[in-house]
Design a protein around this ligand. Structure first.
Ligand SMILES: Cc1cc2nc3c(=O)[nH]c(=O)nc-3n(C[C@H](O)[C@H](O)[C@H](O)COP(=O)(O)OP(=O)(O)OC[C@H]3O[C@@H](n4cnc5c(N)ncnc54)[C@H](O)[C@@H]3O)c2cc1C
Length: 438
């Protein structure tokens, strides 16, 4: 039974009628006899099937990239809508290692999500060979992605962004005047679209910006470890370069569990089998598994490519902005979102926004990933000889920690072209072992 809201119809005389539905919380807005909005107490109007809603920026995907750009734009007064396929808190296959340089980008209290802090990295080549690098400062903060991503989404909401959960984007159309995005049968109009829908990016495909990509493969799990097992790894990130060809295995401790996984930039690697062997090698076979999943990972972050078109910007994994050496991507997701927000808030018209964002990504992110890519080719071509070299020259391991997790970029720590070339010549002259033969 629907009752008319006389109060609203009195103060908003228009083609729209405001009615109250006693069966539902809030107010229905009706045009003719057709419901077009539902307004919840304290909420914003929601479109109904067939209606189109207009925003300054639409954001596809509510991971760190999507919610960061949404928060920044909403804080500046823009009308923003995030369309997220899942519902929070949602899990995401991830080691949950937030590098110190990524943490430095968060300008709000997020520390409640931290479950452990790593002051040490144990580089392994198989269970027996290892180099430990201890740091006075935190190397990385270890957390569960469902906690971080949910916090980021709540913050975007608090700052005024509308975040719709359970809303997969199913259609995109770019016109000279606007971007139209379809989700749950509703068409939303935006002046811009930020594509932050992750590695397979449906929206990058639909806007013609996906191009050719060759993602890497990962298999990750959450282990219900005993207190003794978590204590054994506490405060340490274990990284094993012998776990599989073209990649590595990791053990990152959390409060009551261990996040473990194997990732490879070689697509054909059997990462699931490699994870079982890796866990057995580190004494974790038979530990109960809470969650396990395979996932793709952008592998060609070092290749320069368009990340912007008219009215459309690609962010984070959707733009392949992941370190091709380590697979770290949270830093680049947040960084690219901040650059996108800057471009959207300062660019005068769509072409200028796209050009500014492309330029900033090339200068502030891609240049660094090009160096990381050079190193990745070296590391994954000669994993064992390189490990042997680092056993004798520990500064190599320190440099790695500093660049992958710490506050420095690849160039400032001295991974320039010439030094990588010198290393390459030296390693090429050494006897080459079977890759990944831990
Ligand atoms: C196994 C594994 C371990 C990793 N470990 C680390 C680590 O320890 N540290 C680190 O820094 N990085 C790590 N990464 C990389 C990191 O997870 C990503 O780089 C980061 O999540 C990128 O953030 P994003 O916001 O761009 O994308 P995502 O976090 O992937 O977010 C994309 C969002 O879009 C949503 N979505 C997808 N399709 C649609 C659609 N059609 N409509 C609406 N929504 C959609 C998804 O549900 C998701 O919420 C790891 C990656 C993997 C696979």
């Amino acid at each position: 039974m629907v009752a008319t809201s006389h109060f609203f119809n009195m103060i908003f005389p228009s083609g729209l009628r405001y009615v109250q539905d006693p069966g539902r919380k809030g107010i229905e807005v009706v045009r003719g006899s057709r419901p077009c909005y539902h307004v919840e107490r304290g909420g914003t109007p929601r479109g109904r099937e067939g209606e189109s809603m207009t925003y300054d920026c639409l954001v596809a995907g509510g991971g760190p990239a999507g919610t960061t750009v949404a928060a920044a734009l909403a804080r500046a007064g823009m009308k923003v809508l995030v369309l997220e396929r899942s519902r929070y808190p949602r899990s995401k296959p991830c080691g949950g290692g937030v590098a110190r340089k990524a943490a430095a980008l968060f300008d709000f209290p997020w520390q409640e999500t931290i479950q452990d802090t790593a002051y040490r990295v144990d580089f392994h080549f198989g269970p027996d060979r290892h180099i430990a690098v201890a740091s006075r400062e935190p190397v990385a903060y270890l957390l569960m992605r469902e906690d971080l991503d949910w916090l980021l989404a709540r913050r975007a909401r608090e700052l005024g962004a509308e975040v719709r959960e359970g809303s997969p984007v199913t259609g995109v159309r770019v016109t000279p005047e606007a971007v139209e995005v379809e989700a749950e049968g509703t068409v939303f109009r935006g002046t811009f679209l930020a594509c932050a829908d992750g590695v397979g990016s449906f929206t990058a495909h639909r806007t013609g910006l996906y191009g050719r990509r060759r993602p890497g493969v990962t298999y990750a799990a959450e282990l219900a470890a005993t207190p003794a097992q978590t204590a054994r790894f506490a405060g340490t990130m274990l990284v094993d370069a012998g776990a599989c060809p073209g990649g590595y295995g990791w053990i990152f401790p959390k409060r009551n569990q261990l996040s473990v996984g194997v990732g490879s930039f070689h697509r054909r690697t059997d990462v699931r089998g490699a994870l079982a062997r890796f866990l057995a090698g580190h004494g974790l076979e038979g530990t109960p598994v809470r969650y396990a999943a395979g996932h793709l990972l952008p592998a060609d972050g070092h290749l320069r490519r368009p990340v912007a078109g008219d009215r459309v910007l690609l962010l984070g994994d959707a733009a392949t902005l992941v370190d091709p050496l380590s697979g770290e991507g949270i830093y680049y997701a947040v960084k690219s979102a901040q650059l996108a927000a800057h471009a959207l808030l300062t660019g005068r018209e769509p072409g200028a926004v796209a050009a500014l964002y492309q330029q900033m990504v090339d200068e502030e992110i891609r240049g660094e990933l090009v160096v990381a890519g050079r190193l990745a080719r070296l590391f994954y071509a000669f994993p064992s000889p390189l490990f042997a070299l680092a056993e004798n020259h520990r500064e190599i391991a320190v440099k790695l920690v500093e660049t992958v997790y710490g506050g420095s970029d690849y160039l400032s720590v001295g991974w320039g072209k010439a030094s990588v070339r010198r290393l390459w010549r030296r390693l090429a002259a050494s006897p080459r072992e079977e890759e990944g033969s831990a």
